[in-house]
Design a protein around this ligand. Structure first.
Ligand code: FAD
Length: 428
């Protein structure tokens, strides 16, 4: 079978693959991007129907192109986000091949480079960029020792309220996915229980500016990875219905039953930690600290932004916060479905190289793997908080492309020496 050769093989054609291709193109580095489905597929088929971007259109995009006909202060629908990346890739003629899966990548024995087995044959490349996404495999924590006999799904399988059977629903996890799904279900008329863990809860907007802007000017998107041992805390935000602040107490007052972190299930009873009040209080503290920092920034820089004292008023505690539920009889509560909005892990089982720690996590520095010639892109906290998001990955891709260009220079050392000697010989 003929083997195709390229300098850099990028695996994955989501936003990370598109950004990588743009920077490699700019650097004049020959490359191929392989995507097993379609460009930005996850935005099309692995997210719920009503999902819109969490950040406004002026923010959640690459620097080189706007969303065109979408209001910059509005929130792009998930299909618009996918279409955006297709158009972006077309704009610079990204060499993306769709419908090609990479099943295995190995280092070639005895000479530099890697050999990739794909659904359309073999490719050899000097460099491999793994751009297969920060959120690949849905995670359902092993909390229930017995099956409650109720249909359960991960948030990545949820599409819309009509998909669920009649009856109440328990949503476990209250990051951006969990809280948005729970709110949609409650608004559809379903009795909705939401298990709330630790979270950050920025205001959607404050003093006329979206929180994405505040996090930018305050340098918070650039925060480096949390120290080992420090928990990553999810951010609860929503761009749904034009964007609004996630306010758990308000949801509780509208009828949602809030619960603490889910601990387990046995004898028909789901068990919840006594941490609901603590989680809400910490979320409030995070919310208020951002207002404080924003106010200080306005003052220090003499900005003319309207004051917003009402943003500090908290909704009264709903009954489920005053008297938290520690045990819930799922059958008696009429719960007929459970949605786990408990996140994802990465899966690099196709990358057969020694660049992972004992937990299967890439060992790397800002995406440059410990295995020379292998790069990662789009990892959560790859270089900063923004790394797995649309605007952040573009900047990380520039760094990775730089590193690939530097390595190429080293690898071409002998070639340039040969050219020099040949030129000398010709001059004689
Ligand atoms: C529910 C949800 C909402 C989000 N909302 C926002 C938001 O509003 N704003 C924002 O900035 N970020 C958001 N994110 C975060 C992030 O932008 C997305 O997760 C985004 O999809 C990550 O892009 P990516 O290119 O790194 O990975 P992915 O989109 O996962 O792309 C990786 C691609 O690789 C392909 N692939 C995987 N394995 C192989 C293989 N072996 N061979 C070939 N191809 C392969 C996949 O098919 C996929 O298309 C959201 C994430 C989630 C889960």
């Amino acid at each position: 079978m003929p083997v195709e050769k390229t300098d850099t093989l990028v695996v994955g054609g989501g936003q990370a693959g598109v950004a990588m291709s743009e920077h490699l193109t700019r650097a004049g580095i020959p490359h191929i991007v392989l995507e097993r489905y379609r460009i930005a597929e996850r935005w099309r088929s692995e997210r719920w129907d009503s999902l819109v971007a969490n950040g406004p259109a002026w923010h959640d995009r690459f620097p080189g192109m706007t969303f065109g006909n979408i209001d910059p202060d509005g929130f792009a629908a998930k299909e618009d986000v996918a279409d955006y990346f297709v158009a972006y890739a077309e704009k610079f003629g990204a060499p993306i091949r769709c419908g090609v899966e990479v099943t295995e990548v190995r280092r070639i024995d005895g000479r530099p480079g890697f050999s990739a087995t794909t659904s359309e044959g073999m490719i050899e490349a000097n460099n491999i960029v793994a751009a297969t996404g920060p959120f690949q495999k849905p995670v359902i924590p092993n909390l229930f020792s017995v099956d409650p006999g109720i249909p359960q799904m991960h948030s990545s399988a949820y599409r819309n309220p009509e998909q669920l059977p009649e009856g109440a629903v328990l949503v476990i996890g209250a990051g951006s996915s969990g809280v948005q799904i729970a709110e949609e279900l409650m608004r559809s008329g379903k009795k909705t229980y939401l298990s709330v863990g630790p979270h950050d809860r920025p205001p959607r907007a404050y003093r006329g500016r979206d929180f994405c802007w505040w996090l930018g000017v305050l340098g918070k998107w650039d925060m480096p990875a949390p120290q080992p041992g420090t928990e990553h805390v999810t951010i609860a935000v929503s761009g749904a219905r034009g964007g609004h602040t996630v306010d758990f107490r308000q949801l509780g007052n509208q009828g949602m039953i809030l619960l603490g972190r889910t601990e387990g299930y046995s004898d028909g009873l789901a068990k919840f930690a006594p941490d609901l009040v603590e989680n809400l209080t910490n979320g409030d503290a995070n919310y208020l600290s951002l207002l404080d920092e924003a106010d200080a920034y306005v003052k220090r820089n003499g900005l003319d932004l309207p004051e917003e004292p009402q943003a500090r008023r908290m909704a009264p505690d709903p009954d489920c916060v005053i008297r938290p539920i520690r045990e819930l009889d799922l059958a008696a509560a009429g719960i007929t479905s459970i949605i786990w909005a408990t996140g994802f892990v990465t899966d690099y089982s196709w990358l057969k190289i020694d660049a992972f720690d004992g937990k299967g996590r890439p060992r790397h520095q800002r995406g440059v793997s410990v295995e020379p010639g292998v790069y990662f892109l789009g990892l959560p906290w790859q270089s900063r908080r923004g790394s797995s998001f649309i605007w952040g990955v573009w900047h990380d891709a520039r760094h990775v492309a730089d590193q690939i260009a530097i390595r190429r220079n080293y690898m071409e050392y002998h070639a340039s020496k040969r050219e020099f000697l040949e030129a000398q010989a010709l001059a004689k």
